[in-house]
Design a protein around this ligand. Structure first.
Ligand code: SF4
Length: 470
């Protein structure tokens, strides 16, 4: 399931991530001469994980990470190529890196369009595509040879990450077997390729041992995990473990960190995971990009699920796990979407009462099958539907959040400044969902888990005060 647009167009957009400044890096004589690589990581969490893998490999070879363009010997730009607007942003980022540094290597999803990149920026040193870690590293070697001291910059066992210390993305598979008509991810990233369960678990365990308190499970289609490898067993903690969504959820839940599931399709076997949420093994949170509700639009989108059955499934899930939060994204103005289809979507939304929802106006993607569809929706109609959609959802969200006032909830702190702390509840994922504000709470630290009494709510966020340290 694609997440590119969700991340890039969330209600709380963030600037492209740059790698952490080298201030945190231990300085010694060897490091003073180590070559430095700058990183700009655009796009979805999957691309971010790719960047982390590249950085981990380079750090293992003695490279340093530069915190700004000027301090870098070469800059790697990890691009997003999902939407035309994302491609434009990628080209702009490449241009900025060339103007600021001059020595630029391009990788990521847009790398499959090398001709277009070179036409816009003839000065790039190398262009590689998604998941071509070895090629990126080799391009860095060509641009700035590594030091020949194998003892320089030992990498911590959990690798190097671009996220804060207390949460981490855990990528369980690459690619996707679906063929949604608006999406070119399968042509960019290929069919589903799941990691062995033991490999995922070993990475998750290393992260938790290194202080990670929240694991965000990502892929293009998380509930399809293991299908391609026929749910193959691998040895984990001395016993065979199947590469299956339920088994993985249970094992991750045993690690003692929050486990949050992203990009889950509502396949029937997802039902089996809901009791784990009710027991508190994994977070009562599902990120399901429904995209629409009208059967006609879903058919045109070639989506693999049918919403009329999904509404009933959600009701059953909530009967098992009443505090389940569902986050989703929708597209309005898809080619052929009639006013009737849109009204169906609004009615479905009112019935489903999803907790967190993002809505995008349809935008054609170069190379996508949806471009052949008739019935283009005029921009002003898309705009109007978007506003109507958001108004309905805001009311739902306001009502749901108001029910939290007076409750004491667990909150993980993401950042602290002079005015107080900002955290999240178990119903909110970082960057895309809402926050819990603790005004005046300056003694907390990022990563702390606090019990918080909720005092106030609006349509997006909560405000509260510390009840007791949990
Ligand atoms: S084809 Fe569909 S399910 Fe697969 S990545 Fe694209 S939007 Fe997601």
């Amino acid at each position: 399931m694609t997440s590119v647009s969700q991340t890039k167009r969330s209600a709380k957009p963030r600037a492209p991530r740059k790698a952490p400044a080298p201030a945190k890096v231990r300085r010694d004589k060897a490091k003073a001469v180590a070559p430095k690589v700058g990183f700009v990581s655009l796009g979805c969490p999957k691309a971010l994980v790719d960047s982390e893998r590249i950085i981990t490999k380079l750090r293992a070879e003695g490279y340093q990470v530069a915190g700004d363009y000027q301090g870098a010997d070469v800059v790697v730009v990890n691009t997003c190529g999902f939407l035309d607007s994302a491609k434009k942003e990628s080209l702009d980022a490449i241009g900025e890196a060339i103007a600021s540094n001059g020595r630029v290597i391009v990788t990521g999803c847009m790398g499959v369009e090398e001709g277009r990149i070179r036409a816009a920026h003839p000065g790039v040193l190398a262009v590689t595509g998604p998941h071509q870690y070895e090629q990126v590293v080799s391009a860095v070697h060509d641009a700035v040879p590594p030091l020949h001291d194998p003892y320089v910059d030992l990498v911590p066992p959990e690798g190097l990450r671009l996220t804060p210390r207390h949460y981490a993305y855990l990528k369980i598979s690459e690619g996707c077997n679906n063929r949604c008509s608006f999406c070119i991810i399968p042509s960019l990233r290929g069919d589903l390729a799941s990691r062995p369960a033991a490999s995922v678990m070993a990475e998750a365990e290393r992260l938790v041992k290194a202080g990670v308190r929240e694991l965000l499970v990502i892929s293009q289609d998380t509930s399809a995990y293991g299908l391609d490898i026929k749910y193959a067993e691998s040895m984990w903690r001395g016993a065979p473990m199947k590469a299956r969504f339920l088994d993985l959820s249970r094992a991750l839940g045993d690690l003692g960190a929050w486990v949050r599931m992203h990009y889950v399709y509502p396949y029937p076997h997802v039902d089996d995971v809901i009791p784990l949420m009710a027991e508190g093994k994994i977070l009562p949170y599902l990120d399901i990009p429904f995209q629409h509700a009208s059967p006609a639009v879903l058919k045109a989108m070639r989506r693999p699920a049918h919403q009329e059955k999904t509404a009933a499934r959600i009701a059953r899930w909530r009967a098992v796990c009443p505090d389940l939060a569902i986050r989703s994204t929708f597209i309005v103005g898809f080619p052929g979407e009639t006013e009737q289809d849109f009204a169906f979507l609004l009615d479905w939304l009112k019935e489903a009462k999803l907790n967190r929802v993002g809505c995008f106006k349809y935008e054609p993607v170069e190379g996508a099958k949806a471009n052949d569809l008739e019935g283009l929706v005029p921009e002003e109609v898309k705009e109007d539907r978007w506003h109507r959609f958001m108004a309905v959802q805001q009311e739902i969200s306001r009502d749901l959040l108001a029910q939290k006032v007076g409750q004491t909830i667990d909150v993980v702190i993401d950042e602290v400044d002079d005015e107080g702390a900002i955290g999240r509840s178990k119903w909110d994922a970082p960057e895309i969902d809402g926050s819990v504000f603790l005004n005046g709470e300056t003694s907390a630290k990022a990563g702390d888990m606090l019990a918080v009494r909720v005092l106030h709510a609006d349509e997006y966020d909560l405000w509260g005060e510390r009840a007791a340290v949990s």
